[in-house]
Design a protein around this ligand. Structure first.
Ligand code: IMP
Ligand code: MG
Length: 180
C-alpha cells in the first residue's frame, strides 16, 4: 500500500502481467485480421498508453487516430452525458476499425462512440479495452478484446486517471480516498 497525500494506492495488476496480456491481445488481433490493415482509434486520454503498447505488438499494416470525449467531470461520478471534444482526423469508411478504450465501465461512452462510428461506414468495427468492470453496466456493450475483467473498484495507472493524476503509474492500482 502506497500513500500519496491522503489517497491510498494498492496494486491490482502488475506491469509484467499487463505487458503479457497486451501481447496476447495484439496476437489475437493479428490473427483475426490476417493479411489486412487495421486502423486503431484511441479514446483520449485514458487509452493512449494501452494503444501505444498494443500497436507495437500487432504484426499487420496499421494506422492510428484519436478521438476525445468527455463523460466524466473532475470526480468519480458519471454524468451520463457524452460529448465529442476532438473528432477523428480522417475518414474511417471501408477501414477495419478497432476502437481502443482504457476501461469499460457503465458502457455509456462506448455505446455512444459505436453509434457515431458505425454511421461512418467502417468495414469492421471492434472494441479493444484494457479493463472491463461489467458490474457497473448501464448500457449493454461488450469488448471484443478485453485485457482484464476487474471488480467494482476505482482504478488508476497505465493511462487511467483520478482528476488527471496517476496516468503515469506502471501498474494498475486501486485508489481509495479517505472520507471527507
Ligand atoms: P463509461 O462510459 O462509464 O463506460 O466509462 C468511460 C470512462 O470513464 C473510461 O474511459 C474512463 O476514462 C473513465 N473510468 C471509468 N472507470 C474508471 C476507473 O476505475 N478509473 C479511471 N477512470 C475510469
Ligand atoms: Mg478519465
Amino acid at each position: 500500500m502506497t500513500e500519496l497525500g491522503r489517497e491510498k494506492l494498492k496494486v491490482l495488476i502488475r506491469r509484467a502481467a499487463i505487458q503479457k496480456r497486451v501481447r496476447e491481445v495484439a496476437h489475437q488481433i493479428t490473427k483475426d485480421f490476417k493479411g489486412q490493415r487495421v486502423h486503431l482509434v484511441g479514446v483520449l486520454k485514458g487509452a493512449c498508453i494501452f494503444l501505444s503498447d498494443l500497436v507495437r505488438e500487432i504484426s499487420l499494416e496499421t494506422s492510428i487516430d484519436f478521438i476525445a470525449v468527455s463523460s466524466y467531470g473532475k470526480d468519480k461520478q458519471t454524468s451520463g452525458q457524452v460529448r465529442v471534444l476532438k473528432d477523428l482526423d480522417s475518414s474511417i469508411e471501408g477501414l477495419n476499425v478497432i476502437l481502443v478504450e482504457d476501461i469499460l465501465d457503465t458502457g455509456l461512452t462506448l455505446n455512444y462512440l459505436l453509434r457515431i462510428l458505425q454511421q461512418r461506414k467502417p468495414s469492421a468495427l471492434r472494441v479493444a479495452a484494457l479493463l472491463d468492470k461489467p458490474s457497473r453496466r448501464i448500457k449493454e456493450v461488450k469488448g471484443d478484446y478485453v485485457g482484464f475483467t476487474i471488480p467494482n473498484e476505482f482504478v488508476v495507472g497505465y493511462g487511467l486517471d483520478y482528476s488527471e493524476r496517476y496516468r503515469n503509474l506502471k501498474d494498475v492500482c486501486i485508489i481509495s480516498l479517505p472520507p471527507d
